[in-house]
Design a protein around this ligand. Structure first.
Ligand SMILES: [Mn+2]
Length: 446
């Protein structure tokens, strides 16, 4: 059985995408937060040049996707109240056989109206005149700037002041996931979990980091998915570089391999990190660090309780790591010094990132909560999905801190996706093993 078929048979049915009625409810909930005289404009993401006349693969704007499911380039949704109801007007590229021959099919005005949850469609060619008219004498305009230059100009001419930002309203809606969204996120998590399992199975000393990347991303593509963020495959010291994604080194005997990779299903991201020995057997030092990070991760997951403040999970992982670093003799100080007054103590030399982030249509999803966000602390509630991903990094290349040769070159991160429920945390990525015995049995077992 090919690895792709093995993943297929392990996966359940792919869930239906978000229904039109759910998108209509989102539109309703969004518009209800605005005054009836307001107009909200949601644009698509711009295309970006990859080389000369070739573009990067386009990724739809998550807000436009959330409200309308529309992906077409140049798409713009405008929400306005017509006196009786909130209306969703969608500007789309009109049918054009000549252009479609080159760049692909367009649903056009009729197709978009028939098959997307919108009330009206207007040609993008008429945007300037039509949208300007809609905005005439409107004082409350909601608009996200810098995505669509033409819309920016139209809004600027109509308003002469800064538009309101619709994101705070939409982010509050997006941060709590519906049953339909959770089903998609579970599938996304399952696919990424099985892809990681295959990478561990295929791993052999002497293979390239890029081979692991091809296994993981091949599994995504084979199942009509793609990466949610550039895959990180770091072996040896590369595992200690947080956003390493060159993936160009050969995996050597005695090294750890850290893979941080996740996929997208109907826009919903998964985000998994696993760390394993290239040769299938942890050394004593690697095992000690791995066990400590795993202990911290389990404590972090335990702290994902409805009603708990966002920071509880970071505090939980930090306590375990600070004490563990002392117990291993890596930090020679008191627990108070290791942890620091504001969780910025000596342990941060080896754990320099946050414990997690929200997950959804964006891999670092909306809703705040990330360390450094200067907002009131969020309280976890059922339907929220976040990652728990503590790590410890002992880069041999670091000059800022003294690292005993015993630990040099060890980088470990363990990351799962966690759904908050009334009855406690549910690990969506549970199908990806993380116990040492499971990993040692898996690596190289193809
Ligand atoms: Mn993550």
């Amino acid at each position: 059985m090919s690895m792709y078929d093995r993943v297929t048979s392990a996966l359940g049915e792919r869930p239906e995408g978000i229904s039109h009625s759910e998108m209509r409810k989102r539109q309703h909930d969004f518009c209800s937060e605005m005054a009836t005289g307001a107009v909200a404009i949601i644009t698509n993401n711009p295309v970006s040049i990859r080389s000369r006349d070739t573009h990067h693969r386009h990724r739809f704007n998550s807000y436009l996707h959330y409200l309308t499911g529309w992906h077409g380039e140049d798409g713009v949704a405008a929400f306005y109240h017509n006196g009786d109801n909130w209306m969703c007007r969608l500007y789309v590229q009109p049918r054009d056989i000549e252009k479609e021959t080159w760049t692909g099919r367009r649903p056009g005005l009729e197709g978009a109206l028939a098959n997307w949850p919108v009330d009206e469609t207007v040609s993008r060619d008429d945007l300037r005149e039509n949208l300007s008219q809609l905005l005439d004498n409107v004082e409350d305009i909601y608009h996200i700037k810098s995505l669509d230059g033409e819309v920016d100009e139209i809004v600027e001419l109509a308003l002469h002041e800064e538009p309101k930002d619709p994101r705070p309203i939409l982010d509050e809606l997006r941060v709590v996931k519906s049953a339909g969204e959770i089903a998609l996120m579970q599938y996304s998590a399952d696919l990424a979990a099985h892809a990681h399992v295959e990478a561990m199975r295929q791993c052999e000393v002497g293979m390239g980091e890029w081979h692991m990347q091809s296994v993981i991303e091949g599994c995504f593509l084979y199942h009509q998915s793609e990466w949610a963020y550039p895959s990180i495959v770091g072996s040896g010291d590369n595992a200690t570089i947080l956003h390493y994604n060159e993936n160009t080194d050969v995996m050597k005997d005695g090294e750890l391999v850290l893979i941080d990779a996740g996929c997208e299903v109907d826009g919903y991201a998964s985000d998994i990190t696993r760390t394993f020995p290239a040769n299938g057997k942890f050394t004593e030092a690697q095992r000690a660090i791995y066990e400590l990070v795993l202990k911290a991760q389990l404590a972090g997951i335990d702290a994902c309780q409805a009603g708990s403040p966002w920071s509880a999970m970071h505090h939980a992982t930090s306590h375990v790591l600070a004490q563990g670093l002392i117990d291993l003799g890596i930090l020679d100080c008191s627990f108070e010094e290791a942890l620091g007054e504001d969780y910025n103590g000596l342990y941060r030399q080896f754990f320099m990132h946050g414990t997690g982030h929200f997950l959804g249509l964006d891999v670092h999803d909306v809703g705040g909560g990330r360390q450094g966000d200067n907002k009131p602390e969020r309280v976890l509630s059922p339907g929220m999905v976040l990652t728990i991903e503590p790590g410890l990094y002992f880069g041999a290349w670091r000059e800022d801190v003294e690292i005993d040769s015993k630990w040099a070159g060890i980088g470990v991160r363990i990351e799962d996706d966690v759904l908050i429920t009334e009855s406690g945390p549910v690990v969506l990525t549970a199908k990806c093993p993380k116990e040492i015995t499971e990993i040692e049995a898996l690596v190289g077992s193809k």
